[in-house]
Design a binder for this molecule. Structure first.
Ligand SMILES: CC(C)(COP(=O)(O)OP(=O)(O)OC[C@H]1O[C@@H](n2cnc3c(N)ncnc32)[C@H](O)[C@@H]1OP(=O)(O)O)[C@@H](O)C(=O)NCCC(=O)NCCS
Length: 355
């Protein structure tokens, strides 16, 4: 079998010769998700557990956030372990040997270490020795950013496939004495293998990415490498590396930016809100999800919700949601899936996918 094509002119008239017959392959101008994978820790932290840790009630948490429980990774489990678990599942479904992966793009806000990139540690663990591996800091929007970067690399002809991983150990950067934030977060990892779509109209139909760094203080995590290393215990405590958040302001911006992302991708694709089969939004708070769904005129029966079971797992929420929805048949061949997200930065993004 001999591959032929016209990459130089970017005509993408690729195909192959089989028994002396030229067999064209439809080479589209987008990418598709070939497979998905996910991993969550087995340890469950319930609202009742949190009632014993901080001054809160399960009723308050459920009413304000919709969260009932979240998963917490053991101390000896890091984001590399978590990301590899999700990646193994995605690679197995794709039937792709790690040595055939061209790029590993990892989104994490909670790296096991700051150097090297988490993606490089995942690459080594997987044995993906032919890949370029790098991290992408987009907070909760990171996985949709990664998908879009992979799309650019694939469509520009630089790579043929990519493994997009989101792996987040939010429990490691959560202040477990701060009731305003500790009820919100959990740990999870998700992954997908992507490649150029071979079916017209299938794959990522539209993408949208935005950021507003002027709102960074609303949701951030010290310390900063611009500050000298603290030598004083009090200062170390001050720069403890935990999440700090202005919840109400983040809430307002979340709804505004996710609604903007809904409009942007649907307009780009020329597709009506009515045609969306499933909305897979970032899972931070059920009220934010409901407000976004209402704006998009999508009934909650067409919205994937797992914030009740996992809390906010940052950039892992969307790949985990996609994987779960596929497993129970809510995403099938031809399903139109709208994904929207927002996070620290502030960042926000959207993508429209025809599976
Ligand atoms: C955090 C969040 C749930 C708080 O809900 P809220 O309705 O905005 O509540 P407020 O922050 O206004 O606080 C209301 C009261 O509840 C209290 N409170 C905060 N956390 C509490 C808790 N876990 N249990 C009980 N009371 C709590 C506050 O101290 C405040 O008390 P006060 O009125 O006496 O000052 C909500 O703002 C939110 O979800 N924001 C977005 C967060 C987010 O998505 N972050 C991730 C972005 S990717």
């Amino acid at each position: 079998m001999e591959l032929w094509g016209d990459g130089a002119t970017k005509a993408w008239s690729i195909g192959f010769t089989f028994h002396d017959q030229e067999v064209p392959v439809v080479a589209t101008d987008t990418i598709r998700l070939v497979s998905t994978g996910m991993w969550t820790p087995s340890r469950v932290l319930t609202n009742a557990d949190l009632e014993r840790m901080v001054d809160t009630t399960s009723d308050w948490i459920v009413e304000r956030t919709g969260i009932h429980e979240r998963r917490i990774a053991d101390d000896d489990i890091g984001v590399v372990d978590m990301g590899c678990n999700a990646a193994h599942e995605a690679l197995a479904e794709a039937g792709l040997d790690p040595s055939g992966v061209d790029a590993i793009i990892v989104s994490t806000a909670t790296p096991d270490r700051l150097l090297p990139a988490t993606a490089c540690d995942i690459q080594a663990r997987l044995g993906a020795n032919q890949a370029v591996a790098f991290d992408l800091w987009g907070a909760c929007s990171g996985w949709l950013y990664a998908l879009n970067v992979a799309r650019g690399l694939i469509l520009s002809g630089q790579i043929e496939n990519a493994l997009c991983v989101a792996t987040e150990k939010m429990s490691a950067i959560t202040d477990w004495t701060d009731r305003a934030t500790c009820v919100l977060f959990g740990d999870a990892a998700g992954a997908a293998v992507v490649q150029r779509s071979d079916r017209e109209g299938r794959g990522i139909l539209a993408s949208y990415m935005r950021s507003d760094g002027s709102l960074a203080e609303l949701l951030h995590r010290p310390p900063s490498s611009a500050q000298p290393i603290p030598i004083d215990i009090a200062e170390i405590a001050h720069r403890n590396g935990f999440i700090r958040m202005a919840g109400r302001e983040v809430f307002k911006n979340a709804v505004r930016s996710m609604c903007e992302a809904v409009d942007a991708v649907l307009e780009q694709a020329g597709i009506s809100k009515d045609d969306v089969d499933l909305l897979v939004p970032h899972q931070a708070n059920i009220r934010i999800i409901e407000a976004t769904a209402k704006y998009a005129n999508i009934g909650m029966d067409r919205v994937w919700v797992n914030v009740d079971r996992y809390g906010n797992t940052s950039s892992a929420t969307i790949p985990v949601g996609l994987h779960e929805a596929r497993q129970v048949g809510r995403i099938r061949d031809g399903s139109l899936v709208l994904m929207v997200t927002f996070g620290a930065g502030l960042t926000w993004a959207g993508a429209l996918l025809r599976w």
